[in-house]
Ligand binder design. Structure first.
Ligand SMILES: COc1ccc(C[C@H]2SC(=O)NC2=O)c(OC)c1
Ligand SMILES: [Zn+2]
Length: 259
């Protein structure tokens, strides 16, 4: 039969620069947010971040081989205001997490503190014709980051976390037949830090206006454990998907603003 060439197991974050030199760029993400250096910007509160998601925008959950991804039909699902100069539409949300029971796993850190997971709600700038055109433009994307802390069960996350067992392998996909409003995943208090950064996985395009919510949302230990129903390729074969987070990158003099 044909020579079986094993697909190369993806290289870890500290090797990405070999194929993606921008990994050592001037506006890489994530970062450690040093709260005492964040500058309160009244303009952010004068024009509050507006999040208007519809409750039937979520189409399916898929295992991308790097995370779960809820694919969203962006119709009527928009954010604007705050640091954004135009309207952005939600296209997908996913998360990053650590090992079972550990406290690392978030991508952004706050004064060096990690959370067990971090949710990313990815939006693209409506001035572009589609997300493919927006993805590598300096103002192309806006990602809302929400920290997950371990505590009581998150009723709003349960319909999604219950689906992970149905998509164990890469490219597995299950339709979302129920109404679901992703806004339920946002903390009640809408204060955030914002800065200019990048995608946190290759190709690491420096195209993201980051909006990192200050307050974490609580999810249960079982919901965090459900993330490990997702499997991926490891050097020793198929294993539980975990530690799919990039560590903080150099700030390179960037300003982090705060509400
Ligand atoms: C080629 O386009 C891409 C590639 C990767 C991602 C996902 C990254 S970006 C983020 O915030 N977290 C992640 O894992 C992406 O997201 C819009 C767009
Ligand atoms: Zn992400």
């Amino acid at each position: 039969g044909f020579l079986q060439v094993a697909s190369p197991v993806p290289q870890g974050p500290n090797k990405w620069h070999e194929q993606f030199p921008i990994a050592k760029g001037q506006r890489q993400s994530p970062i450690d947010i040093v709260t005492s250096n964040a500058k309160v910007d009244k303009a952010l509160s004068d024009n509050p971040l507006k999040v208007s998601y519809s409750n039937n925008c979520c189409q399916s959950v898929t295992n991308t081989g790097a995370s779960f991804q809820v694919v969203v039909d962006g119709a009527g699902t928009e954010i604007s205001g705050g640091p954004l100069d135009s309207t952005y539409k939600l296209v997908q949300f996913h998360a990053h997490w650590g090992p079972l029971g550990g406290d690392e796993g978030s991508e952004h850190t706050v004064d060096g503190v990690t959370y067990p997971a971090e949710l990313h709600l990815v939006h693209w700038n409506q001035k572009y014709k589609d997300v493919g055109e927006a993805v590598d433009k300096p103002d192309g994307l806006a990602v809302i980051g929400v920290f997950f802390s371990r505590g009581k069960e998150h009723a709003g996350f349960k319909p999604i976390s219950d689906l992970f067992a149905k998509v164990p392998r890469k490219a597995d996909k299950v339709d979302i037949s129920f109404n679901y409003d992703p806004a339920c995943l946002l903390p009640a208090r809408r204060d955030y830090w914002t800065y200019l950064g990048s995608l946190t996985t290759p190709p690491l395009f420096e195209s993201v206006t980051w909006i990192v919510m200050k307050d974490p949302v609580e999810v249960s230990a079982e919901q965090l454990a459900a993330l490990r129903n997702l499997l991926w390729e490891t050097p020793s074969g198929e294993g539980q998907m975990c530690n799919n987070y990039r560590p903080p990158q150099p700030l390179q003099g960037r300003l982090v603003r705060s509400t």
